[in-house]
Design a protein around this ligand. Structure first.
Ligand code: HEM
Length: 182
């Protein structure tokens, strides 16, 4: 009977062993800088702005804020779609990104977030002032929470798994990224 030490050595993760595992370099990039990372700042900032504008309308009653929220929600949603297209191209074209389950988790979170951002814009289109209380601000709260989760998880893809960076193999962890050990 093989010793427990020997049988442990034979265990291998087929995903980790795959020849594409370390091919994580961004393909949708300008001079090596991933476009997705540049674009995501817009939905993140504008989602927070929408919530801020809703809160200021609730506090002051000034009808300027619902108009500001309408524009922030709309531009945030459209920039989110652009960011999502860049991210999806990255997901489909880069083998080391496509092969990791964590990338698909981020995709699912992001698509749910984009539908909430679309809802937040859509429900304000006909009457931006009446839409704020209560459904507008509640949707903004939900969107802000989901943006935080999606953004945090995106950061995990980059900083823990080394995705979109030069190569996971070329990382400071000597070929093994933090996420790969978890
Ligand atoms: C809809 C589909 C999406 C896909 C398939 C996707 C995919 C990815 C991928 C593959 C990365 C790793 C870096 C890279 O290769 O560019 C990433 C990073 C990231 N994603 Fe997404 N993403 C999507 C949408 C979003 C959205 C809507 C947000 C907004 C919150 C977001 C936030 C982030 C953040 C903050 C990072 C880290 C960027 C960095 O620090 O460099 N993603 N995403």
């Amino acid at each position: 009977m093989p010793s427990p030490r020997r049988s442990r050595r034979r265990l291998s993760d087929p995903i980790h062993e795959h020849r594409s595992f370390h091919r994580t370099e961004s393909k949708i990039a300008v001079a090596g800088h991933p476009i997705h990372a540049m674009l995501v700042t817009f939905p993140i900032a504008l989602c927070a702005s929408t919530l801020g504008a809703d809160a200021l309308y609730w506090w002051t009653g000034d009808p300027f804020w619902p108009r500001a929220a309408l524009w922030a929600a709309g531009v945030g949603f459209l920039m989110g779609i652009l960011a999502g297209l860049a991210g999806t191209a990255e997901l489909l074209l880069v083998p080391g990104i496509r092969i990791r389950a964590a990338s698909w988790t981020h995709f699912i979170l992001a698509v749910m977030l984009l539908s909430v951002l679309g809802l937040n814009w859509g429900l304000r289109l006909s009457d931006p002032v009446a839409a704020v209380l209560p459904w507008g601000i509640l949707t903004s709260l939900l969107a802000a929470g989901m943006t935080a989760m999606t953004g945090w998880h995106g950061g995990k893809l980059v900083f823990d798994y080394g995705l979109g960076t030069q190569t996971a193999a070329g990382s400071a962890h000597g070929g093994e990224t933090r996420g790969d050990r978890n």
